[in-house]
Design a protein around this ligand. Structure first.
Ligand code: CIZ
Length: 297
């Protein structure tokens, strides 16, 4: 079986397979570690493996490479990207900084390495509020997800959160609507949405949580409607088989679905596609990522 061959090759090569919670179920099943981007960034930093096969999208694999400059990091398909990350350029960050002197720059990990190099600190959806709270600055330029910026602003009214760009969004998460929340409630479910969802969906949901937050909260609920990538319900169902997790039909991130088992096998057989990040960019981005990881959890 292909999964057995993947595990055999990974063991032979001393490779670790990291997979995001949004990956296909069969890819989740062959991974050594599953998690959100924060958990995977920490795993990538702690691993002693020579090779990291990263099943996710490009900014996540770049983060693993930035934290492990001496290790080989492989992204099994080349075009698994993130439209949200591409909405922000380093020039936009530099211009915003110049027009807001004294403001801090916090970038969601869903951003390119070049943008991270311009940030004071990075964050994930799991720790965005804690990261911003930890800063001395009252004004925070926050990008590229404007809905996550809104979520942080709701929790920290004492800060001024300036979204950068003003309307950056995840094309999948903004598709969830109040009708999805109502459908979940009509079924008698607790409705949980991701903070990348629109503000009206956040306000109507029972809980707003990152995928890591969903994993931690799920044991307290018998039935959930889950407003995020549908593969998350596979992860939750494996962890808590006695509970019911309902995705919204068709809630797929096409980039997260690009990696198939065949690609993971190809990656282990050929070493393709190795992730490279230019050394000066990597050093500056590493500073922002490590500052996030060093915060108390
Ligand atoms: O931070 C991540 O990994 C993403 C993209 C979503 C989440 O909530 O885990």
């Amino acid at each position: 079986m292909i999964a057995d061959e993947i595990r055999r090759l990974a063991a032979e090569q001393g490779a670790v397979i990291l997979a995001h919670n949004y990956e296909r179920p069969e890819v989740q099943d062959v991974a050594d570690f599953l998690g959100d981007s924060l958990e995977l960034a920490i795993r990538a930093k702690e691993t002693t493996a020579d090779v990291i096969v990263f099943c996710g999208v490009d900014f996540m694999a770049e983060t693993a490479k930035i934290l492990n400059p001496g290790r080989k990091v492989i992204l099994p398909v080349q075009d698994a990207t993130c439209p949200l990350a591409e909405a922000l350029t380093p020039e936009m960050v530099r211009e915003a900084r110049a027009s807001h002197p004294g403001a801090a720059v916090v970038l969601y990990v869903n951003s390119t390495a070049e943008c991270k190099a311009e940030a004071d600190i990075t964050c994930t959806s799991a720790n965005a509020v804690d990261v911003v709270r930890s800063l001395a600055e009252d004004v925070v330029l926050f990008g590229p997800d404007a809905n996550l910026a809104h979520f942080v602003q709701q929790h920290l009214p004492e800060k001024q959160i300036v979204p950068l760009p003003p309307e950056g969004h995840c094309p999948l998460h903004v598709r969830f609507s109040l009708a999805d929340v109502e459908a979940g409630h009509a079924r008698g479910d607790t409705v949980v949405c991701h903070p990348e969802c629109n503000p009206d969906v956040q306000a109507a949901s029972d809980l707003v949580a990152s995928t890591g937050g969903m994993v931690r909260e799920a044991p307290h609920h018998a039935a959930w409607t889950v407003l995020t990538e549908e593969a998350m319900t596979y992860r939750l169902s494996c962890l808590y088989p006695e509970a019911a997790f309902h995705p919204v039909e068709g809630a797929e991130c096409e980039d997260m679905k690009k990696i198939r088992l065949e690609d993971v096998l190809h990656a282990l057989r050929t070493g393709e596609y190795e992730v490279q990040v230019e050394a000066t960019i990597a050093a500056r981005a590493r500073h922002a990522i490590e500052r996030m990881i060093a915060l108390p959890r």
